[in-house]
Design a protein around this ligand. Structure first.
Ligand code: ADP
Ligand code: MG
Length: 386
């Protein structure tokens, strides 16, 4: 039976950069985030999230490191993925608020995505066998089988999809979203790479991220204007003995790790031609995301316009669908960003009202087998205690 899971929502405030003031308009205590009036220092708005992550001051005892962000936000997603759930995590916030730092990070301070990948391969107790199957022993479950990890990496820019792991595919209009009757939306012709080590995945992640910013420069655009979606498909195989016959059952979990485009409103005066069109297209995906979030949060059961933008169509499962989802809302500590910060906090506040309905992706007969096994175990335990 599917159970409702609310989206896990965390807010993270980054340190002051460059010429920003050394104080912050943000105060955090426990799960609470307060936005302060810059002139009076009084509380302007107070919000409560699953986590309020203080990364403003590296010297402070309350400083939340990359490692801690992963522990609080990434680890539970990894556990869910290993159990067979679909998982989505997205980083939201204005340009310069710390989305890419949080998701990708640096070589010295890796972010959520490389840590997730490392955790995934560590849990998968890899064998040295070559090829797709990594032949690991599942953490919970049956005696034999294997797992494979496939990755893809795309960018959505002006409602067009580009393959960051196959940049030579520069067909006009980009790649297309299609919908599979059982597996849901996917990108046709997007390249996937089977990976057998976390190093291999991280190399692809870095290569694709470089393509993202180089492409942006070439197009006279900014990488902050595109959404980047890194997708890991984990397939876990179990061998099941049934009446003397062995058969293979598969659990497939799809993991989307998303670095969204900057959420700031385009400055009208600077927008013309390409830039204006671009702002419209970005607003389309982000504003549709906002509409989808409001529709889901309002609980009225009305029409949810997933298909109005490429982003929401592809993330459909992660928004009120068959996935466990987390959102990291990144904010700036600066007075100058007060209005954008308030808007991000409001956005995050409605996201926490979304309930997903996640189920493990196994075939139905396998579900029955699992349930029967549990029952047998319970009966055995009862017998043993008699
Ligand atoms: P975005 O992707 O949202 O546009 P970035 O991740 O590029 O923003 O962050 C902007 C700048 O702030 C970068 O120089 C980044 O290294 C720095 N930064 C962001 N968050 C943190 C943090 N938690 N700790 C240290 N530096 C950070
Ligand atoms: Mg960025």
């Amino acid at each position: 039976m599917a159970s409702a899971d609310y989206i896990t929502v965390a807010v993270r405030v980054r340190p002051a950069v460059a010429r920003e003031e050394k104080s912050s308009v943000i105060r955090m205590e426990g799960a609470t985030t307060e936005l302060l009036d810059p002139r009076t220092g009084a509380v302007h708005r107070r919000f409560t999230f699953d986590h309020s992550l203080w990364s403003f001051d590296k010297e402070a005892p309350t400083y939340v490191s990359q490692q801690s962000v992963y522990k609080l936000m990434g680890e539970q997603l990894l556990e869910s993925a290993l159990e067979g759930y679909n998982v989505t995590m997205f980083a939201y916030g204005q340009t310069g608020s710390g989305k890419t730092f949080s998701m990708l990070g640096t070589a010295d301070e890796p972010g959520i995505t490389p840590r997730f990948v490392e955790g995934l391969f560590n849990s998968c107790a890899l064998s040295s066998s070559a090829g797709a199957s990594t032949g690991f022993t599942p953490t919970q479950g049956v005696s034999a089988g294997g797992a494979s990890v496939e990755v893809s990496y795309m960018e959505i820019y002006m409602e067009q999809i580009r393959d960051l792991l196959n940049p030579s595919d520069s067909r006009r209009g980009g790649l297309k979203v299609r919908e599979h009757p059982n597996r849901g939306p996917y990108v046709e012709d997007l390249s996937t790479t089977v990976c057998s080590s976390s190093e291999q995945v991280t190399t692809l992640l870095n290569q694709g991220s470089a393509v993202r910013s180089v492409g942006a420069t070439r197009l006279n655009a900014e990488s902050s204007r595109s959404h980047a979606i890194f997708t890991i498909t984990l397939t876990q195989r179990e061998i099941i003995e049934e009446g003397g016959e062995a058969r293979v059952s598969e659990r497939v979990s799809r993991v989307h790790l998303v670095d969204l485009a900057g959420s700031e409103r385009s400055k009208r005066t600077h927008s013309s031609g390409q830039r204006l069109q671009e702002a419209g297209a970005i607003n389309k995906s982000l504003s549709t995301l906002g509409t989808v979030i409001s529709a889901l949060a309002s609980d009225k059961g009305g029409h949810v316009p997933y298909r109005d933008s490429v982003l929401t169509w592809l993330l459909k499962d992660g928004l009120g669908g068959n996935a466990r989802t987390s959102m990291l809302a990144n904010i700036s500590p600066s007075t100058a960003d007060f209005a954008e910060t308030l808007s991000t906090l409001r956005y995050a506040d409605s996201a926490k009202r979304i309930a997903n309905h996640a189920t493990i992706n196994v075939d139905p007969s396998q579900k029955l087998v699992t349930e029967l096994k549990k029952e047998i175990d319970t009966l055995k335990a009862k017998l043993a205690s008699m």
